[in-house]
Design a protein around this ligand. Structure first.
Ligand SMILES: Cc1cc2nc3c(=O)[nH]c(=O)nc-3n(C[C@H](O)[C@H](O)[C@H](O)COP(=O)(O)OP(=O)(O)OC[C@H]3O[C@@H](n4cnc5c(N)ncnc54)[C@H](O)[C@@H]3O)c2cc1C
Length: 371
């Protein structure tokens, strides 16, 4: 089966990875270089932040992220020599209003990744001596990890480019779907070229609303700007991820610390803003004051593909038999990525699914259009 995937972020690349392992050939298109949009810009935390604030459908897919990335890293590393560094740092959350709810979530759900304990005073500062003395309590999630997402993308792209069943078409925007008798019969590029495939997957992230008008649907996915600041400290300087009021620090193995983030609707403008950088820096210095000694070496912003409740659209698009969705992952597309791609592949190839697909069904796009 010949499949066209539009969008080479984590959603499109992992979909391609899943599909070629099950006998499909894939052409993957991106309007820019592969793996340079939200999936590159994100932090790579392998769990929704404050999972109790999300629908069960988000946490259900996110649970698979860490284990599947470990499997993929083991499979890809010998071929690509790129380690995507899954860091088992655990996370400290300092928001007191989340302590009780976080613990009761952990007890009710028994998801190993969400096991949490409340740390006090000395225990807290022994675990992470960089934390400000103003914090004397934190909820500790020892099993939370992060993936170095730019390397994950590099590794996936390097691996996929070596596979004969895959063709990459980069710097090429798909402008039009040609539809006849409820089937996509061709896709057209902005340069007027035409490609034909048996099945077409939309993995177009924050740009997915562009398909609403031609498909006569309401696609409530829009770009939400999220900014990051990068510090460089010595290796192993910060032992855990830290989070307070939705601002976080993510230590990488080589001492880089990714700090974020923000949420703003600036349309498709993805330039970093000075006032947002200041907010991030203030928030992370409050958690870890000694970070101020180290250089801020980079900053950037990316466009999250927001969806109303953060539940992505995965499955067959309404009214078009060979058109599929894997978009709308909002704040959690990296942790939901592996399970989202697996679910998509299982639905496309009519295999049994790892989770009940109903919650992710793109049929919701019709309900939106009628509402
Ligand atoms: C600051 C920030 C922090 C984040 N932190 C985390 C985190 O810690 N953990 C987590 O799980 N998630 C995180 N996320 C969210 C996560 O990055 C996204 O949910 C995820 O990357 C979405 O992946 P995607 O492949 O759907 O979209 P993208 O990576 O944006 O890829 C979509 C691709 O489609 C291409 N495209 C669009 N339209 C067309 C077209 N017409 N033709 C051709 N190509 C097209 C684009 O060029 C793009 O490359 C964060 C995001 C940001 C911005």
């Amino acid at each position: 089966m010949q499949i066209a995937i539009i969008g080479a972020g984590v959603s499109g690349l992992l979909s391609a990875f899943e599909l070629i392992q099950h006998g499909c050939s894939v052409t993957i298109f991106d309007q820019q270089h592969a793996g340079k949009a939200a999936s590159w810009a994100g932090g790579g935390i392998l769990s929704p932040m404050y999972p109790w604030r999300y629908p069960a459908a988000v946490n259900q897919l996110a649970q698979y992220g860490k284990a599947l990335y470990e499997e993929y890293n083991a499979q890809l590393y010998p071929i690509t020599q790129i380690d995507f560094q899954i860091q088992h740092t655990g996370m400290l959350i300092f928001d007191p209003e989340d302590f009780a709810i976080g613990q009761s979530y952990a007890q009710r759900h028994q998801e190993p990744m969400q096991y949490a304990e409340l740390l006090q005073g000395q225990d807290l500062h022994q675990l992470n001596p960089r934390v400000s003395e103003q914090f004397q309590q934190a909820l500790y999630f020892p099993h939370l990890s992060n993936v170095r997402n730019p390397r994950l993308l590099q590794s996936l792209i390097a691996y996929l480019k070596q596979q004969p069943q895959i063709t990459f078409v980069e710097n090429c925007a798909i402008q039009k779907l040609q539809i006849q008798n409820q089937k996509v019969t061709a896709i057209h590029t902005e340069n007027g070229e035409k490609f034909v495939a048996d099945q077409v997957v939309l993995a177009t992230g924050a740009w997915s609303q562009a398909w609403a008008e031609p498909l006569n649907l309401s696609i409530p996915v829009k770009p939400i700007h999220g900014q990051m600041a990068l510090f460089k400290t010595p290796e192993n300087w910060l032992p855990t991820m830290c989070m307070n009021k939705v601002m976080y620090l993510i230590p990488r193995r080589d001492g880089h610390i990714v700090c974020g983030s923000s949420m703003n609707d600036f349309g498709f403008d993805n330039t970093p803003k000075a006032h947002i950088q200041q907010n991030i820096v203030d928030a992370v210095f409050e958690m870890v004051p000694e970070l101020a000694q180290f250089p801020l070496v980079d900053q950037w912003a990316g466009l999250r593909p927001s969806s109303p409740d953060g539940v992505p659209y995965i499955g067959q698009m309404p009214e078009v038999d060979n058109l599929w969705a894997n978009f709308g992952h909002f704040r959690n597309g990296l942790c939901m990525g592996p399970a989202s791609a697996r679910l998509l592949r299982q639905l496309m190839l009519q295999q049994s699914t790892l989770v009940d697909p109903a919650a992710y069904s793109p049929q919701r796009l019709i309900q939106n259009a009628l509402a």
